[in-house]
Ligand binder design. Structure first.
Ligand SMILES: [Zn+2]
Ligand SMILES: [Zn+2]
Length: 364
């Protein structure tokens, strides 16, 4: 049976290099020429900021819970409930943060089937990759580039179903294997911010109505918590809602912000009668042609197969409590991250887009 990659890896694996004669054959294609560049230390500063921002409200929160709920209201049950809820959400935020930082977001090639296997040219050129597709081969990694894979220039490698490169999570990419954890992280932080804002606002309201029942410092802590809770709810919450929209329509952030990725999926253009490359390149498109591509991108999403299937592609809802396993163990989205079913209307739309682009080119 083939050895399986660990779910979470905390260390950098030694990457064999073709320049070192003592090293074993390269198990991964992207590192067969050059190791991915080591990131400088300052790339990890935003991650420290993320951790500090999650921890920052807790001293004030504990102070408010003790002085308001326990001492003033004398409701230990409410105190325990709020304590449990806030620390469960904090645990959710940290567990998913660790998965996003420690886990490989989506290696393009797997470890060879057995030890000592040489990765020959035939094996390297995986037969399921369409090499006629200009996106099917990464010229920087010199390796196959499956559908929806992108090359991250900061990480210096390709990432399966790359969503975006996130400086706040250890300067790492969010990809096929870390996207569920990333959504958990956004959800936990948003819920934590909402929860803290609500319980602090209720304490603040009580302090206004009963100024002599509370000490002088509690309302100040409550005011700070309400203020920061509202800011985080809007900032992280809007980001979370944006990703709910992306999952529902089966788009990655990169696909959503760059409509011209559709060009490489167009069917072959007629050989003559136009000046476009096949497939067309973004810089050679005129204004009306660019508008046409943007309209097509807005009208139909290439991988949208219905919201239920779209969510199942990320969270694998077929398995009972599968989301719970992913939260604890950091599992990836289901599937190998290399093949994705397309919208049933995609071929028709792409053929129409190709025809329209050629028509505009002939008339210009
Ligand atoms: Zn690459
Ligand atoms: Zn990256």
């Amino acid at each position: 049976m083939a050895p399986r990659a660990p779910l979470v890896s905390f260390g950098l694996e030694p990457l064999p290099s073709s320049r070192n004669p003592n090293s074993s054959p390269a198990p991964k294609l992207y590192d067969s020429h050059d190791d991915p560049p080591q990131k400088p230390w300052h790339h990890y500063l935003p991650l420290c900021g993320t951790v500090l921002l999650i921890l920052a409200p807790h001293p004030s929160l504990l102070y408010v819970l003790v002085t308001y709920h326990l001492q003033t209201l004398q409701t230990p049950f409410r105190f325990a409930t709020h304590l449990l809820a806030t620390y469960t959400l904090t645990f959710g935020a940290f567990s998913s943060l660790i998965v996003c930082v420690a886990r490989d977001p989506g290696p393009v090639t797997e470890t060879p089937q057995s030890e000592g296997d040489e990765v020959g040219l035939t094996e390297a050129l995986m037969p399921d990759i369409d090499f006629d597709n200009p996106g099917g081969w990464c010229r920087k990694c010199w390796a196959p580039k499956p559908e929806r894979t992108h090359h991250c220039s900061t990480c210096g490698r390709c990432v399966l179903k790359m969503d975006h490169h996130c400086p706040w999570l250890g300067s790492k990419c969010i990809g096929h294997r870390t996207y569920p954890a990333f959504l958990h992280f956004l959800c936990s932080v948003t819920l934590l911010a909402i929860y803290i804002a609500i319980i602090s606002a209720s304490g603040l309201w009580y302090a206004f109505n009963n100024p002599y029942n509370m000490n002088d410092y509690t309302p100040i802590h409550e005011l700070i918590l309400v203020f920061t809770g509202i800011i985080f709810t809007f900032v992280i919450g809007s980001f979370f809602l944006y990703h709910v929209y992306l999952v529902s329509t089966n788009q990655t952030t990169l696909e959503n912000i760059s409509p011209f990725f559709l060009l490489k999926h167009l069917p072959p253009l007629p050989r003559t009668g136009h000046t476009l490359s096949d497939p067309p390149l973004e810089p050679e498109l005129s204004g009306p042609q660019r508008r046409l591509v943007k309209d097509a991108h807005g009208a139909m999403h290439l991988y949208d197969v219905g919201w239920r299937n779209n969510w199942a592609q990320v969270f694998g809802t077929q398995r009972k409590f599968g989301w719970l396993v992913r939260l604890w163990c950091g599992g990836a989205s289901p599937g190998d991250g290399k093949r994705f079913p397309r919208n049933p209307r995609a071929e028709e739309m792409l053929a129409k887009l190709a025809t329209e682009l050629v028509k505009i080119d002939r008339n210009e």
